[in-house]
Design a protein around this ligand. Sequence first.
Ligand SMILES: Cc1ncc(COP(=O)(O)O)c(C=O)c1O
Length: 421
Amino acid sequence: MQYFRYQDNELYCEDVLLKELAEEFGTPLYVYSRRQIVENFRAFEAPLVGMDHVICYALKANANLSLLKLLLQEGAGADVVSGGELHLAIQAGFPPERITFAGVGKREDEIDYALRSNIFSLNAESPQELQLISLVALRLQTPARVALRINPDIDPQSHPYITTGLKQNKFGISAEEALRVFQFAASLPGIQVVGVHTHIGSQITKIEPFVETAKFLAELVRKLREAGINVQHVDFGGGFGVQYANALRHEALPLEPDNAPPPKLGQFVEAVLPVLKETGCFLWFEPGRSIVADAGVLLTKVLYTKENGARKFVVVDAGMNDLLRPSLYNAYHQIVPLKIETYEHHRVDVVGPICETGDFLARDRMLSKVKRNDYLSILTAGAYGFSSTSNYNARPRPAEILVNGEKVRVIREREAVERLR
Ligand SMILES: Cc1ncc(COP(=O)(O)O)c(C=O)c1O
């Protein structure tokens, strides 16, 4: 997150003082660095230059229309997981031939919408889904281009809730059944089998599971061709991990228990390319988190501090409705003050205003000492942050700001209380 840095002990996003944004637009407030997003996308793409490829940004990570338009300008395609995301991708202007639709539970109306929109492919996850796609394709008299999502049973060594490529996960078609289901798909009227898809999980910080997956896919493509099924594209999915702990360093900040920083984005891609290239297929990738996570922060204000004998609490104005990840899977986000005023730290729980014990942003965490009305920044919050906000406890959703150099743009207004229904 090189575009967030301290200068004279105050935190900046690019050339903008974050405290000024918090004061002008209020908190909780999402702030994104345009340069960081562009740089992440380019770092991902660099090893692919000169090859047939599409980088489909996974909208589920953050589907703000302004960010989508920015990524579209950079040449991205779109990976969508619902009719709603498809609508946003089309609204942002993504050409249909660069849109792919994955998801274990597509409804009939969503399949209908995807086929009418003439998107590049539907990534199907079961024989029953294939049958439904075939029926809808026949009804619309439109051939459906389909890739099959195969679950390779590879352990990504990530959090169990964001592991998707293991046998016990609900996603995809098992490796053992792959050939049989491909043959079934090829036999269905209205279906054109075009590719193989996989996605083994999210926040994967090791290269090995990806290389293993690439080898699995290359072998599968070979077997399919032997059986007369000539797939033309491999969709490798996303899942490339980012740094959460110690994302920002300063001598006044406590050093966090470090899980070693993940490989650089380009290194992940470089590691799998030699294997994937051998297939001769058109390559698709679906990164989400690695494009936007470290480009975003969530600003929040300290409402109160208190102690109950056993624990110290810092009560802030952002809760699980604004950033669900800590409550959902105990995800770790570094939390830092917008202004460094002390080198002293204390061990606290950072909690939100929601009426749930599970509403926390950090637990048992060494934090720079703070007091009422101080501002904090929750780092690496650009992915799966705003996109999983809710109105729980009838709290309006936060605003979103995009910073470009010294320019500031509101890319989503704070939701007004009057709009709650
Ligand atoms: C099918 C698929 N593709 C891509 C992604 C994006 O993953 P990430 O944000 O980890 O890159 C996901 C995330 O769950 C997914 O399910």
